[in-house]
Design a protein around this ligand. Structure first.
Ligand code: IPT
Length: 978
């Protein structure tokens, strides 16, 4: 007996059943309220002081003083592997279980879905076994420990920190608890123990069945059968000589292999996830069925051929996202409804793949991915980040590596959604990986294996990873490798486009490169969730864990909320629970808010991943089917015409029959484009929706909004005129600032934005502050009058910046013309533009430009140009740590309105603008959204140039084309008040 199993890496578990793919039937659920106490260490004695806790539940999410802690890769406490700290919270869960009387004579199994990080199971006071791996189930045969018809006590002791913590060092919150369901189930002593299925797109089906007899040899004459639809599978006599011994079941292994070919099978893919029911039965010597199980089978092939990963022979693009198990109120406990909502959201926004970063998920997630259609990279629970070099070659951890990888594979092998196995994350690369990979390849030669740690130095070869799966490589790096002549396998980024805060700049550039470069096949955005935990503001504690974490009536994918935690609460990140050490808001880096509201970047992705695209060549419009397996018949469409100056018009569109990968002409109806205004630009948008209900989207759900530019010319702004054209004379004060009745703050130069997380972590925020850009010091100005025209010459930062701003009265308003010269020291600023503030009382804005959602220069592929309208308060995106937010790209004109006033602005060219209730300095001063106090004024930015967002919080910055630097910038606009 190992004295301290939590400090003994060689021990991965005791008394556990071998992992299997079959799900328990005839179960007695044990979820609910359990007696609970939290001990200071696993060595402390259990007391008589019981409280209660939810199972599943994280004790860190309420009810105890052991609160969540967030660290990226630093360990949460000092000390070397494999030793956990002496202060080691240990939860003891206990309850009575009435074992059904009719289980007499049956085999009885205790199943614990997941517990972190060491589970010690006791039944009736006797230890049933120990389990490690916080993200896989442990099962114990407790037949000898219980009496059917009687009540027994089940005690589950969960030790938070252990040797295993050093290989569970993932970038996420640390929790303690039982995070998946607990149940008791029974089987006949002689039972179907496991079934392994191989189903190919040809219809070939191979089924390996394990039969176990409990104790002793199998009796003679028993038989296994398997049917799919009307097809009865036949015995594979070539499999194992010993099979002949007793009818078809090998006594020694209890194994039998059946085969068949399903005629006319419809293959499984993410686009068309067809599943078939396979029924496997165990028959006794008389032919009576004594055990039976049904599996959902998908027929599909995965193979790596040269530089291509093929699914059913097709080089599918991998439009993936990394997903953690996360819930803002329950920590790491996620219900089936939660998982379904996650996957539905992904499907609606064009994702077709998930990497289960960085551990196996609940098997239900894979059921859902099978059903809804998502490819999965199934990742083993190994991340030894802080001590990666030491652990990857340490024989003491060798059993754990093989155990974790093999148990994942044994559990998930039947899922068609799983197309790639992953050995884990960020654990360097060593002998332990080779051992795990060796086991995996022997067990399942049908799937490629990937591991980022094994390829990272030169993207080059090496036997372990079948995929070149770098993280955060730049566009230049991946395309250079693809063109180098050295690439010998598919390149699919395991992480890219870090979604922290206002981010995902250059996503469209990534996809342009991927789609035009042989060898590049996609990637997985980092990541799905912003891990903000719901925290009460009054006492700073997590909002209480509730037994039912999800309101099942909530429409999946939102917007049931707006990304904000709600009054009295905030989204907490590292440090907010007093957790030390911590890594701040680095956990808030997802494409959805903690309430699953999609961030604007999701609309960018949706458009890039659209099932169809439009192109226009000399007025001829073609529709391209971008899918690999599906035609367009599941989609409906509607034309929308936005002509500058004319009312928006819509008409139904008829999508032609286009095979996957094909294209066809799509002519807009004459009724739509027959009567265009004489001049001004014209845009045609195709609103593509779901025609018939899909399992993941109701009919009418928008899938994409592709656009074509029918006519590009624009109306010019009124030219500068000499003499009065209209409007009252210009009034400026002694500082050269415009005096205007509707402006609370006059138009001034703006060179700064509230640093985004990318800006901050790339060091730009600090550099801009050093350069004095947030509120640049202005020298006394020169005001020059020339007729009605007033020109203000200003110098900032001792002449580093020169700004000339002239005001000319024009019909109904003022023409503002601006020129800025940035000195050579200013190579990389956030923006060059104008900022002003209205008086209070404006509440809505309409604009002609990109929208309706937030767009930036390097993230604007998903915002169609057109007429948009919104409440000013809705335009702001509540990123967890306040930062530059709410921008709209390519805006030509806008109108701010309130009950009493109207303010119209026309811009010389499509510009980046924003309308918010916050100054950039307000945003930069706040650490959480709830600290912001909206101003009654509207803060308006008009930018001649605005820096791209990039992804530099973890990964490449924006591309040079999206930088704003030294030199001359010119822009003009009119301010009108009718
Ligand atoms: C990479 C990790 O795999 C992931 O878990 C997350 O931490 C991400 O970065 C950043 O959010 S590892 C990093 C060292 C590139």
């Amino acid at each position: 007996m190992v004295e301290r199993p939590w400090a003994f890496p060689e021990l991965t578990g005791t008394g556990r059943l071998r992992m299997h793919a079959l799900r328990p039937a005839a179960a007695l659920p044990l979820d609910g309220r359990w007696r609970f106490q939290l001990l200071p260490s696993p060595e402390a004695a259990v007391t008589a002081d019981w409280e209660e806790a939810d199972v599943p539940g994280c004790w860190t999410m309420g009810g105890t003083d052991d609160l969540p802690q967030y660290t990226n890769f630093q360990m949460p406490w000092p000390g070397l592997p494999p030793n956990p700290p002496a202060a080691n919270p240990t939860g003891v869960y206990e309850r009575e279980v009435a074992v059904p009387a009719d289980w007499a004579g049956r085999r009885i199994i205790l199943h614990v879905g997941a517990a972190e990080s060491v589970l010690i199971a006791q039944v009736g006071g006797v230890t049933a076994g120990i389990g490690k791996d916080s993200h896989l189930a442990s099962e114990f045969d407790v037949t000898e420990l219980v009496r059917p018809g009687e009540t027994t006590t089940v005690r589950l002791t969960v030790v938070k920190w252990s040797d295993a913590t050093f290989i569970e060092d993932q970038d996420q919150w640390w929790h303690g608890g039982i995070t998946r369901s607990v149940l008791l189930y029974s089987t006949d002593p002689l039972h179907l123990a496991d079934v392994r299925v191989r189903a190919r797109r040809s219809g070939d089906l191979r089924v390996d069945v394990d039969v176990r007899s409990g104790h002793g040899p199998l009796p003679g004459g028993w038989r296994v059968s398997a049917t799919l639809g009307g097809l009865e599978l036949g015995l594979d006599t070539a499999y194992g000589a010993m099979l002949a011994e007793r009818d078809q079941i090998s006594t020694w292994q209890g194994r039998v292999r059946l085969r068949g070919t399903v005629p006319g099978v419809r293959p499984w893919s993410a686009e068309l996830p067809t599943l078939y029911d396979l029924v496997v039965r165990l028959h006794d010597a008389e032919g009576t069925v004594t055990d039976e199980t049904t599996l959902r089978v998908g027929f599909r092939d995965v193979e790596v051929v040269g530089r291509d990963l093929l699914v059913n022979g097709e080089r599918v693009y991998i439009r993936g996202v990394n997903r953690h198990d996360f819930h803002p109120r329950t920590g790491r406990v996620v219900s089936e409804a939660d998982m379904r909502a996650d996957l539905v959201t992904m499907k609606r926004f064009g994702f077709n793949a998930i990497r289960t970063s960085h551990y196996p998920n609940d098997p239900v997630l894979l059921d859902l991915a099978d059903e809804l259609g998502l490819y999965v990279v199934d990742e083993a629970n190994i991340e030894s980040h802080a001590y990666a070099r030491e652990i990857c070659d340490d024989p003491a951890y060798l059993p754990a590596f093989v155990d974790r990888v093999s148990r994942m594979a044994r559990r998930d092998v039947n899922h068609p959604c799983v197309i790639i196995w992953s050995l884990g994350n960020e654990s360097d690369y060593g002998a332990n990986h080779d051992a795990a990979a060796g086991w995996l390849r022997a067990f399942d030669p049908t799937r490629p294996v990937q591991y980022e740690g094994a390829i990272k130095y030169d993207f080059g070869s090496g036997p372990v990873s079948d995929i070149i799966c770098p993280m955060y490589a730049s566009i230049e790096e991946i395309t250079a490798h693809a063109r180098s002549g050295r690439q010998d396998r598919p390149l699919i980024l395991c992480e890219y486009s870090h979604a922290m805060g206002n981010s995902n700049g250059t996503l469209a550039d990534y996809w342009a490169a991927i789609e035009s470069t042989p060898g590049l096949q996609g990637g997985f955005i980092w990541e799905f969730w912003d891990h903000g935990l719901l925290q009460r503001l009054d006492d700073g504690r997590p909002a209480q864990c509730q037994s039912q974490p999800t309101d099942p009536d909530r429409p999946p994918g939102g917007p049931y909320a707006d990304g904000v935690a709600g009054p009295g609460y905030r989204w907490a990140y590292g440090g907010d629970f007093g957790d030390e050490p911590n890594d701040g808001n680095f956990c808030a880096d997802g494409v959805v808010f903690p309430d699953r509201t999609p961030k604007p970047a999701m609309y960018e992705h949706r458009e890039l991943a659209a099932p169809l695209r439009l192109t226009a060549d000399a007025g001829v419009i073609r529709v391209h089917n971008r899918q690999h397996f599906r035609d367009l018949s599941w989609l409906a469409a509607e034309w929308r015409l936005d002509a500058d100056g004319a009312a928006v018009r819509t008409l139904p569109a008829e999508l032609p029959d286009v095979p996957p990968g094909g294209s066809a002409l799509l002519t807009p109806p004459a009724a739509l484009i027959g009567h265009l205004p004489g001049d001004g630009e014209v845009w045609l948008t195709l609103r593509v929706t779901v025609r018939d209900d899909q399992p993941w989207a109701a009919a009418g759900t928008t899938m994409c909004l592709p656009q074509v530019h029918l006519r590009a010319e624009r109306r010019a702004l009124p030219l500068r005129t000499s003499g009065t054209v209209g409007g009252p004379p210009i009034e400026v004060d002694h500082d050269g600032l415009l005096v205007h009745p509707l402006l609370a703050a006059p138009p001034t130069l703006s060179l700064w934005r509230a640093p985004t997380d990318n800006d901050r972590l790339a060091g730009l925020g600090a550099r801009w502050a050093d350069q004095g850009l947030p509120e640049p010091a202005r020298d006394p100005v020169d005001v020059v009058r020339d007729g009605d025209r007033v020109t203000v010459h200003a110098r900032y930062l001792g002449g580093l910046v020169v700004h000339e701003q002239s005001f000319t009265p024009v019909t109904d308003g003022i023409l503002v013309e601006e020129t800025v010269v940035l000195g050579d020291a200013l190579t990389d600023v956030a923006r060059v533009g104008t900022v002003f503030e209205t008086i209070g009382g404006f509440d809505r804005v309409s604009w002609y430009g990109q929208g309706p959602w937030e767009t930036y220069p390097d993230r604007c592929a998903g915002g169609p140009v057109g007429s948009h309208e919104a409440a000013i308060d809705e335009l702001f995106t509540p990123y967890l740590r306040p930062q530059e937010s709410g921008g709209r790209h390519g805006v030509r004109r806008f109108t701010l309105t309130g009950p009493a006033h109207t303010l119209r602005v026309r811009l010389d060219r499509p510009r980046q603008v924003s309308f918010t209730r916050y100054r950039a300095t307000d945003l930069a001063a706040a650490s959480h959204h709830d600290e912001l106090v909206p101003r009654p004024e509207c803060v308006v930015h008009i930018d001649a140039a605005h820096r791209g967002l990039g992804t530099a919080s973890c990964g490449p910055d924006t591309l040079p084309a999206f930088l704003v630097g030294a030199g001359t910038h010119r822009w003009s606009w009119t301010l009108e008040t009718t």
